[in-house]
Design a protein around this ligand. Structure first.
Ligand code: IPE
Ligand code: IPE
Ligand code: MG
Ligand code: MG
Ligand code: MG
Length: 297
C-alpha cells in the first residue's frame, strides 16, 4: 500500500468516526444548547482523525468488534478536540484559525469554548464507561484509567503546562523530548493501546504497540513543529510561523530544520521496527508512521 492508499484508508475511517460522533453527541436543544453547538462545531468540519485511525487499526489487529472500536476512537477524538479548543484560547496559544475555520472561542466566546472543551473531555469518559463500549466492565475501567492518565497532569495537561512555562527558556533535548512525549505522545500512545486493551492482547503485543506509539508520537510532534516553520497555512488550516516568535521550545528550534527532520525520520523508522512482534497485522500502522512525518497538514 502506497501513501495514496493510506490516505484513502484514513479518509474512510474518518467518515466512520464522524458518523459515530454524530450519533453519540447530544443534539443542541434546551437552554444549554449553545455549549452543545460549540462541541459539535469544534468536532466537525475538519481534522485528520489520526488518533481514531490508530485506535481502529490497532483494534483491527486484535480482531475487535468494529462498533466497540469506533466508540473508543470517538472518545479519544473528543479528548483530542478538547485539547485543541483549550490550546487555542487567548490564555494559551491565542489562535484564530483551526481546521480551516475560526477557533471555537472566536466563533462563540471564551466562556463557551472553555465549557465546550470541559464537556468534550467528560463526554469521552461517559462513552467509555457505557456497557455498549465493551461487555467486560474490567476492560471499560482499564480504558477509562488509561485515557485519564494520558490526558491529565502526567500526560497531555502536564505537557501543555511545560510547553507554556518553557516559552522563552532554553530546554535541552531531554527536556523537549519529555515535553513532547507528554503533550502529544501520551494521547497517541493511548490511541494505539486502546485496541490492544479492547482485544485483550498479550503483554508482549501491548508493549510492542506502546513502543511503536512512543516513537510515533514524538515523530508526529516534530512534524507539527516543522510544519509551523515550512508549512502552508492554507493546507494546515491553522496559522504557521508562530512558534519561534512565541519562544516555544521545539526540536526544530533546538536542532535546526534538517536535523529535526532526520530525527523525526529516525523515530518513524524505529516505530515501525517495534511492530515486528505483531508480524503481518500492522500494514496500516506502518503506513501511519510514514504519514506522520510526510504529511502536509
Ligand atoms: C494538532 O494535532 C495538535 C498536536 C498535538 C500536534 P493534529 O495535527 O492531529 O490536528 P487535527 O486533529 O488533524 O486537526
Ligand atoms: C498542541 O501543540 C498539543 C496539544 C496538546 C493540543 P501545538 O500547540 O503545537 O498544536 P497546534 O500547532 O496549535 O495544532
Ligand atoms: Mg500549544
Ligand atoms: Mg497551539
Ligand atoms: Mg504546533
Amino acid at each position: 500500500m502506497g501513501m495514496d492508499g493510506f490516505e484513502e484508508a484514513l479518509r474512510q475511517s474518518a467518515q466512520e468516526v464522524e458518523q459515530t460522533l454524530d450519533a453519540l453527541l447530544p443534539k443542541p436543544v434546551g437552554a444549554e444548547a449553545r455549549v452543545l453547538e460549540a462541541m459539535r462545531y469544534a468536532i466537525f468540519g475538519g481534522g485528520k482523525r489520526l488518533r481514531p485511525f490508530l485506535a481502529l487499526a490497532s483494534a483491527a489487529a486484535f480482531g475487535v468488534d468494529r462498533r466497540s472500536a469506533l466508540r473508543v476512537a470517538a472518545a479519544i477524538e473528543c479528548v483530542h478536540t478538547y485539547s485543541l479548543v483549550h490550546d487555542d484560547l487567548p490564555c494559551m496559544d491565542d489562535d484564530d484559525l483551526r481546521r480551516g475555520r475560526p477557533t471555537t472561542h472566536r466563533q462563540f466566546d471564551e466562556a463557551t469554548a472553555v465549557l465546550a472543551g470541559d464537556a468534550l473531555l467528560t463526554f469521552a469518559f461517559e462513552i467509555l464507561a457505557e456497557p455498549e463500549t465493551h461487555e467486560d466492565p474490567y476492560v471499560r475501567c482499564e480504558l477509562v484509567a488509561r485515557l485519564a492518565a494520558a490526558s491529565g497532569c502526567r500526560g497531555m495537561v502536564g505537557g501543555q503546562m511545560i510547553d507554556l512555562a518553557s516559552e522563552g527558556r532554553a530546554l535541552d533535548i531531554g527536556g523537549v523530548t519529555r515535553l513532547q512525549q507528554m503533550k502529544t505522545g501520551a494521547l497517541i500512545a493511548v490511541s494505539c493501546e486502546a485496541g490492544a486493551i479492547l482485544g485483550r492482547a498479550s503483554p508482549a503485543h501491548r508493549s510492542a504497540l506502546h513502543a511503536y506509539a512512543h516513537d510515533l508520537g514524538l515523530a508526529f510532534q516534530i512534524a507539527d513543529d516543522l510544519l509551523d516553520v515550512e508549512g502552508d497555512p492554507e493546507a494546515l488550516g491553522k496559522a504557521a510561523r508562530k512558534d519561534a516568535d512565541a519562544g516555544k521550545q521545539t526540536m526544530v528550534g533546538l536542532l535546526g530544520i534538517d536535523a529535526a527532520r532526520d530525527h523525526a525520520r529516525m523515530l518513524a523508522d524505529q516505530a515501525i521496527i517495534h511492530l515486528e512482534p505483531l508480524q503481518d497485522r500492522t500494514e496500516l500502522l506502518r503506513q501511519a508512521a510514514r504519514f506522520a512525518i510526510q504529511r502536509r497538514s
